[in-house]
Design a protein around this ligand. Structure first.
Ligand code: ADP
Length: 283
């Protein structure tokens, strides 16, 4: 099966500054791929290139079988996009936002109304259809954005930090929606700062740092590569981390120490690996 998304030696340069550097990556149909990286790493720029909002300076990008530069309309028909800024119109009702988007995509009636009902129900906003968007909570607005992005039945969904700023309960509800879509066969690329989000949703992760993809793999692969066991040592108000291939080896190291003051062991997690690779915390 051809990949859902393929980037080949992609560069993006803004004002002589390379913000995406030689990015090569393939995402399979049905995969949930998480793009992580510190602020300014180039995640949004990558999503903007994949969704035809900006062109790569160099390299080739194919999304759902269409080249983003030569066939942008082919790409747009097959993707749904939820960006960070709430792009729904606050002065329109929930239904009007959906109707506008449906018309933009030339969905004919009565099919359009059926799809609007279906996706508003899916994100549990059916009973708010007559309400102005400005009266909705942050989580509801995000759900409306997702419903709208799904209206034309895209094959691939792009989510730029879909749960940022939402409370844990709303975040969990959105995860269930995203996971449900994936179970229906949708390919999903998301950016996130939340480790639990990656653990709950993502089949594979890519870590971007300064525009360069420095790591790709499943969480298990990354843990195996960097070490599954961690020895932490408190020095003043800082913690020193040391990775070991297994938790058992981390334990053996700890036990061999004469002075164990301020030391502890635990399994490594994505946050540890992220800090190790980028020198920064996830959020
Ligand atoms: P991230 O999403 O990982 O935080 P971005 O892709 O938003 O990173 O930004 C990567 C870099 O590109 C940043 O240094 C940012 O300032 C720069 N950048 C993004 N968009 C533009 C633009 N339109 N013009 C100039 N520089 C930009």
């Amino acid at each position: 099966m051809p990949p859902a998304i393929a980037l080949q030696n992609v560069h993006k340069v803004y004002n002589d500054r390379v913000v995406v550097n030689d990015l090569t990556l393939t995402i399979a149909p049905g995969e949930v791929f998480g793009l992580l990286g510190p602020n300014g790493a180039g995640k949004s720029t990558t999503i903007r290139m994949l969704t035809t909002l900006t062109q790569p300076t160099q390299g080739e990008i194919v999304v759902a079988g269409c080249d983003v530069v030569r066939q942008p309309y082919g790409v747009k028909q097959q993707i749904g996009v939820v960006l960070q800024q709430t792009s729904v119109d606050l002065d329109l009702t929930v239904w009007e936002n959906m109707e506008f988007h449906g018309r933009m995509h030339h969905l004919p009636n009565p099919h359009r109304q059926k799809e609007i009902d279906r996706w508003l129900d899916y994100v549990e906003l059916g009973d708010r259809r007559k309400d102005l968007v400005k009266t909705l909570s942050g989580g509801m607005k995000r759900r409306l954005q997702i419903a709208r992005a799904l209206l034309h039945r895209p094959k691939i969904l792009f989510l730029d930090e879909p749960t940022v700023g939402l409370d844990p309960q709303t975040r969990r509800r959105l995860w269930e929606i995203i996971r449900g879509l994936n179970q229906q066969g949708m390919t999903i690329l998301l950016t996130t700062h939340y480790m639990e989000e990656v653990e709950y949703l993502c089949d594979r992760i890519g870590i971007l740092d300064n525009g360069t993809l420095i790591e790709v793999g499943t969480l298990d692969q990354l843990r195996r590569k960097h070490g599954e066991g961690l020895v932490m040592k408190q020095e003043g108000d800082r913690w020193q981390y040391q990775f070991f291939p297994t938790l058992l080896e981390a334990k053996a190291h700890l036990e061999a120490q004469f002075d164990k003051t301020g030391m502890m062991i635990r399994p490594s997690n994505l946050e540890d690996i992220f800090v190790e690779l980028t020198g920064r915390n996830l959020d």
